[in-house]
Design a protein around this ligand. Structure first.
Ligand SMILES: [Zn+2]
Length: 434
């Protein structure tokens, strides 16, 4: 049997498909309809036609509501639904407790959620849709790489964590709508997508070192999306409409991978976790932080695998580590424990170290390739808008970046090179030095 080639399938053809894969799993897409095009918004009626009339919940955000938001709300009413509107303030953070409360208090007869907005609106809507087991129609307001994923990033205190959420029932990506997004927003989405290179390295590492599941068909699909975005770079810089469409499609396509895989292994890597931890004082958007952290992390990996590990450190004190992490995150230590996968068994730690040693040369070669690719992305990114990347030239708080990278492995159960470096005591020294 030849290997499954997902790269040849059109993005809009992925809806409701199942794939038997030679990685041993069946990959499936729960989203039934994926519509991308100019005026995709007019398909709203068709997408809603299978859902019985009743009450609909409409999520949007104040800063984008006026133009398309009110039009969509009017359209839903015209289709015979009564509407409960929830318009979030601009730049709101989706809060776990608030959404749990909302899910409980919503009336019984809500049939569907329609969401129009960017990442935060989408995260809130997907979470509510899962909690209430109702269908969601997602209409993106900006290009982004999370609309089709089955994870919502929600806040509890200062701790941001991925929660399982619903795949949208339908996605209407209207190219006329997302064309209104600013260059800064586009740059952020581009940065987020390209730093998935770190996620791919992390993923492959855990296969080799910690026997994690891995799928090369999905890995290729993610790589294809990153290449689509990088190759559209010149056009994006020149404001070319077609390049914007290709990039937007690449972003949506990449967000399918979390449905196909059932988890986020290929979309959230150490760079994304570090980006969540970086101080808001650094006035960068999320995806900008991702690419900044991604560059630093890949270089750290490269340095790490360049030396051999004959010098074995003992794992540092895990209680102390959890308390420290909790303090910095303003979270309860229990919550930090929940997120962590501490290596407690010294035998397991040694065997992982030995395997990392065994794969060292292979990882180094792989890293050369990934670093070159991320550098290509960086060149595009820096030219996307006037101040993009300007803070790299001495303006970034290196200490904040270093401690965010050092804390990143505490936010995930996945075993990454950073986890190994943490268990060796290397990350603590890295923070002390910076
Ligand atoms: Zn597979």
């Amino acid at each position: 049997m030849g290997s499954l080639d997902l790269t040849s399938i059109k993005t809009s053809d992925f809806g409701s498909k199942r794939f038997e894969c030679n990685c041993g799993r069946t990959h499936r897409v729960d989203t039934q309809r994926i519509m991308i095009g100019k005026n995709a918004i007019v398909m709203l009626g068709e997408a809603m036609s299978v859902i019985p009339a009743g009450r609909a919940l409409f999520f949007s955000c104040e800063d984008i509501y006026e133009h398309y938001g009110s039009r969509i709300a009017g359209e839903i009413i015209n289709l015979g639904y009564s509407l409960i509107k929830h318009v979030f303030p601009p730049n709101f953070r989706p809060e776990l407790e608030q959404l749990d409360k909302m899910a409980k208090e919503l009336p019984e007869d809500i049939r569907l959620v329609v969401a129009y907005g960017s990442r935060s609106v989408c995260d809130a809507a997907k979470y509510i849709a899962r909690r209430r087991e109702i269908r969601l129609i997602m209409i993106p307001s900006t290009p982004g790489g999370s609309y089709l994923s089955t994870t919502s990033h929600l806040y509890s205190g200062n701790l941001c964590k991925g929660y399982k959420s619903a795949a949208p029932y339908a996605l209407l990506c209207d190219l006329n709508v997302i064309r209104q997004a600013s260059k800064e927003v586009l740059a952020s989405a581009f940065g987020e997508l390209c730093s998935r290179l770190v996620a791919l390295v992390d993923w492959y590492f855990s296969k080799c070192i910690a026997d994690g599941h891995h799928c090369s068909s999905i890995e290729e699909l993610v790589m294809q999306c990153i290449n689509m975005a990088i190759n559209s770079g010149e056009g994006l810089i020149a404001d070319n409409e077609f390049s914007l469409y290709i990039t937007s499609e690449a972003l949506l396509r990449s967000s399918l991978c979390s449905q196909l895989l059932g988890y986020d292994r290929c979309s959230v890597g150490s760079s994304h976790l570090a980006a969540q931890l970086m101080s808001p004082k650094q006035k960068m958007r999320y995806g900008e932080r991702c690419i900044v952290a991604g560059r630093a992390i890949l270089n750290m990996y490269s340095l790490f695998f360049s030396s051999d590990f004959s010098d074995v450190f003992m794992p540092p004190d895990k209680d102390l580590r959890a308390r420290k992490a909790a303090q910095i995150l303003g979270a309860h230590p229990g919550r930090v424990y929940d997120n962590s996968s501490y290596v407690t068994d010294i035998g397991e730690y040694r065997s992982r170290l030995e395997r990392a040693q065994e794969y060292r040369k292979e990882f180094l070669k792989l890293l050369d390739f990934y670093i070159a690719k991320l550098n290509m992305a960086w060149v595009v990114f820096k030219r996307l808008y006037k101040d993009a990347g300007a803070w790299m030239d001495g303006a970034i708080d290196e200490r904040d970046l270093a401690s965010s990278i050092a804390l990143a492995p505490e936010l995930t159960e996945d075993y990454t090179p950073l986890s190994l470096m943490r268990d060796m005591g290397i990350l603590e020294r890295y923070v002390q030095r910076s």
